[in-house]
Design a protein around this ligand. Structure first.
Ligand SMILES: *Cc1c(COP(=O)(O)O)cnc(C)c1O
Length: 435
């Protein structure tokens, strides 16, 4: 399988696509076609384990670039936690993607990316540079922790991440170094770019970035659409997924699953007030704007990076988008009301991101005639544990959120970070002295 940049100027194999992340022409790597799974796979689907599904799906994208044995080992390591499908109400289920080490869905992508990078770098030492505003960094740190041959440098803005997020970035030790930058997230991102493009640093080290555009983060995110479908297939109803979206990686992975043959009836792209995609589907015009701050802040994105991938899947034709996706935007007020309502009616605690997805399902049900709306099962992707957003959830629900042991463990550990001002030269001096 070849991998081709969305801007068409670069063609390569999966190994290079993963090690580089971004294509030289500035585009994102896509498989040259979406592979099809055969009918035998779909017949056996209800009886497969999550790991077996992961292996079969990943194999289609990776082909002969990795042996079955090595791939199986990697998949088993990546998916060493549960992804349960929980019933909220008669026709609404929550796909809980937050049972990994940092309790957010980004664990799935980051763990796979880390292991694939390590595998393809063939023991050659590598340095991964990642700028973070919070959640991505912790999943990346956790995903790479202890992965041989790879040193990770996380740049985060001092005083601008939550206390728990900071602990999740700074308490790893080992091959994970937290660099605390006295500036904003944008400063961190600019510094990361400077590091990655610096000639001297590139001569001395193999550098790569671990951002969300790497194709290795997308592939494993398609596994759980098959898995959730397999659990609910027996209900004999049309299946709709509502995906709380920011950079649209999760949704793009769902589109992969459908194109591979999974009979998903409909996707809902649910967003907060950052509504470029809902607006695009409405008007046909794509207009990026600066992001707005909301309570579902992992989706505060004004120019979703995976839009370029979706465009290529739909041949840049808005009517093709509209066949697969409906998209709605919701306010913080609506999100909070939904968190309260779902807690009261069904005793289920949604985090703000999951609540946005829940709203999407309700909206679609209202938009359809009663007849059809009774006949679909809605699955919302619950992308984070409510305790990750404890401040918001406690304020909205007016009750204490129990912090799981996994998160509490971070709070108990000692912060280790190196402080820098927004100054590339001093960072460079530090990095040059690294091994
Ligand atoms: C990153 C993130 C999202 C958005 O996912 P995308 O793939 O960027 O659309 C949603 N919820 C949570 C909790 C996240 O961390």
């Amino acid at each position: 399988m070849k991998y081709i940049s969305t801007r068409q100027q670069e063609e390569t194999n999966i190994k290079t696509a993963i090690l580089k992340g971004l294509a030289d022409d500035g585009g994102l790597f896509m498989p040259e076609y979406i592979p099809q799974l055969d009918s035998g796979f779909f017949e056996s689907l209800p009886n497969l384990t999550l790991q077996e599904i992961g292996f079969r799906v990943a194999k289609e994208f990776l082909g002969e670039s990795i042996s079955d044995e090595n791939l199986k080992e990697i998949i088993d390591e990546v998916l060493n936690f549960e992804i349960p499908v929980m019933k909220i109400s008669e026709n609404i289920y929550s796909l809980e993607l937050f049972h990994g080490p940092t309790m957010a869905f980004k664990d799935v992508g980051a763990r796979f990316m880390a292991r694939m990078m390590s595998y393809f770098s063939e023991g050659k030492p590598m340095k991964v540079i990642a700028a973070t505003s919070g959640d991505t960094g912790s999943a990346v740190a956790s995903g790479f922790f202890g992965v041989r041959g790879i040193e990770v440098y996380i740049l985060y803005p001092k005083g601008k991440v939550s206390p728990l997020q900071e602990k999740q970035l700074t308490t790893w030790g080992g091959n994970i170094k937290a660099l605390e930058i006295d500036g904003t997230f944008d400063d961190c991102q600019a510094l990361a770019k400077q590091i990655l493009s610096d000639e001297e640093l590139n001569q001395k080290f193999t550098l790569t970035s671990a951002n969300s555009i790497n194709i290795a983060r997308l592939i494993p995110q398609s596994f759980y659409y098959f898995w959730a479908y397999a659990q609910l297939q027996k209900l004999g109803k049309a299946i709709v997924f509502s995906v709380p979206s920011g950079n649209f990686g999760n949704l793009t992975a769902g589109l992969f699953a459908k194109k591979m043959g999974l009979p998903i009836h409909q996707f809902i792209a649910s967003t907060n007030e950052n509504d470029v995609v809902p607006k695009f589907l409405e008007t046909g015009n794509y207009q990026p704007k600066p992001s707005k701050q909301t309570i579902s802040n992992a989706m505060d994105v004004g120019n979703p990076s995976n839009f370029e991938r979706m465009k290529s899947l739909f041949s840049n034709d808005v009517s093709e988008f509209r066949k697969e996706i409906v998209s709605y935007s919701f306010s913080d007020e609506e999100t909070k009301n939904t968190m309260r309502k779902v807690k009261k009616d069904f005793n289920y605690t949604l985090d703000p991101h999951g609540a946005v997805a829940y709203l999407g399902l309700e909206n679609l049900r209202q938009a359809l005639s009663d007849n059809i709306s009774e006949n679909f099962v809605g699955i919302l992707l619950e992308t984070a544990h409510p305790a990750k957003f404890v401040e918001v959830v406690e304020e909205v629900l007016k009750e204490k959120v129990i912090i799981p042991e996994k998160l509490e463990a971070f709070n108990k550990k000692e912060k280790q970070s190196l402080e820098f001002s927004v100054d590339f030269e001093s960072l460079k001096i530090y990095l040059m002295e690294e091994k």
